[in-house]
Design a protein. Structure first.
Length: 129
């Protein structure tokens, strides 16, 4: 069973909050638009971080936002190091989070399957028996 690394988990949560604020307040690139930082994963030694994001409410070009975030990664890394007071700031690696879209697609498929099953199994009326 893998050991839990509480410091890495605390850094992940703080990094998620800080990056959300920095992107909203400091990054002026119009390609980013409104995004939501959905999760962060930091390595045990805190040298690398994967940041997952999704366009807010599914509006916007995720690939353009990804390109803009990767372009701004150096600036964001410096801000993270200074504001979190880390000796070594993690390398920021941004990824588009498609889990929300996959979840919505699965929900739709399940709903359609249930409706299809209901339409095939019509209950007999109580009056005809």
């Amino acid at each position: 069973m893998p050991r839990e690394y509480p410091r890495a988990r605390r850094v992940e949560e703080q990094l998620k909050r800080l990056l959300s604020e920095l992107v909203r307040r400091e990054i002026k690139d119009p390609r980013i638009g409104l995004i939501t930082i959905t999760s962060t994963e930091v390595t045990r030694d805190l040298t690398h971080a994967k940041i997952y994001f999704t366009p807010f409410a599914g509006v916007g070009d995720a690939k353009a936002a990804l390109e803009a975030l990767r372009h701004a990664a150096g600036f964001l890394r410096i801000q993270v190091r200074n504001q979190m007071r880390l000796r070594v700031a993690p390398e920021l690696d941004f990824h588009i989070d498609d889990s929300i879209e996959r979840g919505a697609r699965l929900t739709t498929l399940i709903h359609d399957a249930v409706e299809s099953d209901r339409s095939r199994h019509v209950e007999p009326d109580a009056d005809t028996e």
